[in-house]
Design a protein around this ligand. Sequence first.
Ligand SMILES: NC(=O)c1ccc[n+]([C@@H]2O[C@H](COP(=O)([O-])OP(=O)(O)OC[C@H]3O[C@@H](n4cnc5c(N)ncnc54)[C@H](O)[C@@H]3O)[C@@H](O)[C@H]2O)c1
Length: 298
Amino acid sequence: MSEKAHYGLLKGKKGIIFGPLDESSIGWQIAVHAHKEGAQIAISNVATALRFGNIEELSAICGNAPVIVCDASKNEDVENCFIELKEKFGPVDFIVHSIGMSQNIRKQLPYEELNYEWFMRTLDVSGLSLHRLVSYALKTEAVKDGASILALSYIASQRNYWTYSDMGDAKSLLESIVRSYGPRLAKRAIRINTISQSPTYTKAGSGIPGFEKMYEYSDLMSPLGNASAEECAEYAMTILSDLSRKVTMQNLFHDGGYSSMGATIPMIKLAHEVLNDKELAARVGLDDYTPARECPES
Ligand SMILES: NC(=O)c1ccc[n+]([C@@H]2O[C@H](COP(=O)([O-])OP(=O)(O)OC[C@H]3O[C@@H](n4cnc5c(N)ncnc54)[C@H](O)[C@@H]3O)[C@@H](O)[C@H]2O)c1
């Protein structure tokens, strides 16, 4: 395969990426692309991720990028992280939040029976942590005027996706924090956005019950097909670069058109096939499906 073109979009810029774990991670791909686009980057994750992931490998790929251990749900960790980052790099041009975790999803608890301690933890780690990162980046003066702050979201922030459970609530919080911070950061020309990404096979993604079916459904509903982690990273480069200086407070869909579709021909064809083929219905787990409400007779 030929090497992809790079454009020096982040030449001379410095930044930190929170959340790369392994090659499948969206954060990993963003780190690799930021490095290739000319940025000097630091990588951060929790201590356990450093033990179980391949972060040292990522650091080597990205020109021996410094690795900073930080639990984004702990004030002290986040403060120390930005102090260390500033010592190493001075104030940075971009911050990427690529963090998500739900114990309720891991344990597959029904939404009606969530464990509230885990629920609070989901909101804290996956939503509030963005607030904390921005807050301490400002307090420690570790972020430059004109910087770009980016987090990853999913459409379940706005619509119901049954198995996405409390992560949907966390994503709503995340997107709301982006809006609340927007005008405040704009005083320093700092912009803040989320990218709302297609379902993607990563550690966090594939832990969602029925992920495979969600992935297939989304692919059929997206005119351009699901977007990969690598494609997400490519799009992220424009948001971290000076090419998007006036884009802020946005939830930017990067989903192959999924969010604007009503129905697609492949989806309608599949529905017809399933309705007319009991064996196929059984194969996709719809043989015992009964609608919540009977349709009125025509
Ligand atoms: N995979 C998908 O389908 C998908 C779709 C849309 C958005 N996203 C979002 O993309 C982001 C990255 O997730 P991913 O899919 O690449 O999965 P991933 O599992 O590779 O990354 C999630 C990261 O969060 C880190 N993390 C967990 N708790 C943390 C804490 N307390 N402090 C710091 N880091 C912590 C994990 O160690 C991991 O590296 C998440 O916000 C996720 O919700 C994912």
